[in-house]
Design a binder for this molecule. Structure first.
Ligand code: SF4
Length: 614
């Protein structure tokens, strides 16, 4: 696009900085010298995409290579979409403002099922056909990865190549093959044939699915004998040896997480039975403390950020967390660089350390007991007690905190109204604990925010066979909780039930829900994760028109012998282990943290080579 066209577009939109690129640390390369053009696409707006750590990692690792130019693509907001359509300008990349159709690859990250319509919208606005079968030779290959790619089937008609697992290595193997293929000027299908054997690569068009009369899956068949029957995820074995960006793009405008992020480890050993990330990212792999220090130093130097976040699924589980935090406070505290520690567990809450951190910047405290009663916390294998919570908040209140957020999930398997009462009791106990502290020793005023999300059963978890509560049941539960929270210090927030329902449909959907997705998008659905834009009725129309029953996917209990749409993917955790965990849940039996001793999930057999920590 030329400069004048761009300027004209930017005059029409509310936040031009979302589209101009050229931020500090963004990469510029000459289109004459590079061989491969890759578009990293995040199917949501700039502010959300720029906060995503995976984007920064992949953007930088690809751009380290002189032959590749990785540019960014985000969903244009409604105003920009209108302007693009009016002027018939194809969606463009941020780096060179080129039409996205000019690229060799467009790689989407799939973080959330409700962003799928945005993926379609990006393709359409780029003047690229949305179905893979309609994209002839001149269009880019569409790749997708990220947590939702572990159930790739809803996007089987749209995406050419799925990458399962950590993309850092796989992507270069794909690109190497692409270079070979480009020289041969062969067909697109021939390229897909060249990469079908790579570990972590899944080509949906090479497989066929057959169904039983009751609509369950009968068979998942490779179209050729030579195509792999099972696809294994890819993992990086040594985190210290793998690339991590030492400089990241600093946006011109406020984004959701505006800070430097160092990933301190991957994986989680706790085994909460609803948690997909905890299973997908096993085994646990830590970055060394020296490496983290080095990265923190570089990132702060190159970005000028005054906040550093230690990212992981469960930050307080890092084996040297206290040593690390002390170091960072000593090093950066007097430079007024704040530390943020997302994902802290209640049973290992380093309050003294948090207190030090708060001297630089004071924030509220967030805890996730997940369930209100001990019984239900045992069902989900949360491994924390009411005592953990009350002791931690008591200490926090004595140290001057007066702002607490409590996260719960409703609709969990086996949940009863007694468990919901447990949520209420817990919140009131937190209030009581605050007032039990002598007036002169506590802060003034108290805010307790209770938030409930709705349980969404996800693949590769022990709860993958469990039904989701219907929308009506979830709503009743929310109403019940609402009626119980009448205290001036307690605020109750809850998540929309309809979006959770749709999330459940796509989380466990097969190829048939992909047809619904296309229909819903054709009917105008997009930004489904945004409350003001979600059009539930249009979705229900699309299900009806496609003759697909969403309840079949969201609210149905599966038997252990049913073929699940993602059964051909091997994440290293055995089905036997997941079944055992689901059965233990029913009996309210806990499974210990596998850092204590092996619980036999299977990952150490699936990925040998010293990757497992026991
Ligand atoms: S193999 Fe054992 S130690 Fe390793 S992740 Fe699984 S349960 Fe944990």
């Amino acid at each position: 696009m030329n400069k004048l066209d761009l300027e004209e577009l930017l005059f029409e939109v509310e936040k031009p900085a979302r589209y101009i690129g050229s931020e500090i640390n963004s990469v510029k390369k000459s289109l004459d010298t590079i061989k491969i053009r890759y578009g990293f696409a995040f199917p949501d707006i700039y502010e959300v995409g720029m906060s995503h750590l995976g984007m920064h990692i992949l953007y930088n690792i690809l751009n380290e290579n002189d032959e590749i130019f990785c540019e960014r693509i985000f969903s244009p907001w409604i105003d920009m979409e209108l302007a693009l359509k009016e002027k018939n300008i194809p969606l463009f990349t941020l780096e060179t403002h080129s039409p996205i159709g000019d690229l060799d690859f467009i790689g989407f990250t799939l973080q959330y099922e409700l962003s799928y319509t945005n993926l379609l919208n990006i393709l359409k606005l780029g003047h690229i056909p949305i179905r893979s079968k309609d994209r002839q030779e001149r269009y880019p290959f569409i790749i997708a990865g990220g947590p939702c790619a572990y159930n790739p089937e809803p996007l089987a008609d749209i995406v050419d190549i799925f990458v399962l697992g950590e993309a850092e290595e796989v992507i270069f193997e794909i690109i190497e093959k692409y270079k070979e293929w480009k020289e041969r000027s062969a067909t697109k299908k021939e390229f897909l044939e060249m990469i079908v054997d790579l570990d972590g690569v899944y080509i949906p068009s090479f497989y066929e699915v057959k169904y039983n009369d009751d609509n369950t899956i009968k068979e998942f068949v490779p179209k050729k004998e030579s195509y792999p029957k099972e696809i294994s995820k890819r993992i990086i074995k040594e985190l210290d040896c793998v690339f991590y960006p030492k400089k990241v793009i600093v946006p011109f405008i406020d984004v959701v997480h505006d800070r430097a992020m160092v990933e301190i480890f991957r994986g989680c050993t706790r085994g909460c039975r609803f948690c997909q990330a905890g299973m997908l990212y096993r085994p646990i792999r830590e970055r060394s403390i020296d490496k983290i220090k080095e990265l923190a130093h570089e990132l702060i130097k190159t970005t000028g950020y005054n906040e550093l976040s230690l990212a992981s699924l469960s930050t307080s589980d890092y084996s040297k967390i206290n040593e690390l935090i002390r170091y960072l406070i000593d090093e950066y505290g007097n430079k007024k660089i704040g530390l943020s520690l997302p994902s802290l567990r209640l049973d290992k809450f380093p309050l003294e350390v948090i207190e030090e951190i708060q001297k630089v910047r004071k924030t509220g405290l967030t805890f996730a007991p997940e369930a209100g009663s001990q019984r239900l916390r045992d069902v989900i294998n949360k491994g924390i007690t009411e005592k953990d919570l009350i002791e931690t908040v008591k200490n926090a209140f004595s140290l001057g905190w007066n702002n607490v957020k409590l996260y719960f999930m409703i609709g969990l398997p086996t949940e009863t109204y007694e468990d919901l009462d447990g949520i209420v009791d817990l919140a009131y106990k937190v209030v009581e604990t605050f007032y039990s502290i002598p007036k002169e020793k506590r802060a003034r005023g108290l805010n307790v925010t209770v938030s409930t999300s709705n349980f969404v059963p996800k693949g590769f978890t022990p709860f993958q066979w469990q039904p989701q509560d219907t929308i009506d049941v979830l709503k009743e539960k929310q109403e019940y909780l609402k009626s119980k929270f009448k205290h001036k210090n307690i605020k109750y927030n809850y998540h929309d039930t309809k979006t959770s329902f749709l999330e459940a449909v796509f989380a466990r959907g097969d190829r048939r829900v992909g047809k619904v997705l296309i229909k819903a998008w054709e009917n105008g659905c997009k930004f489904d994760g945004w409350r003001d834009h979600f059009q539930y009725e249009k979705w229900m129309e699309a299900f009806k028109e496609s003759k697909v029953d969403p309840h079949f996917y969201a609210n149905r209990k599966r038997e252990y012998d049913e073929i699940l749409p993602w059964d051909f993917i091997n994440i290293g955790i055995t089905k036997k282990f997941l079944i055992k965990e689901n059965e233990k849940a029913k009996q309210e039996i806990l499974t210990h943290d596998c850092r204590i001793s092996c619980t036999g999930c299977g990952i150490n057999q699936a990925f040998s080579g010293g990757v497992c920590n026991v």
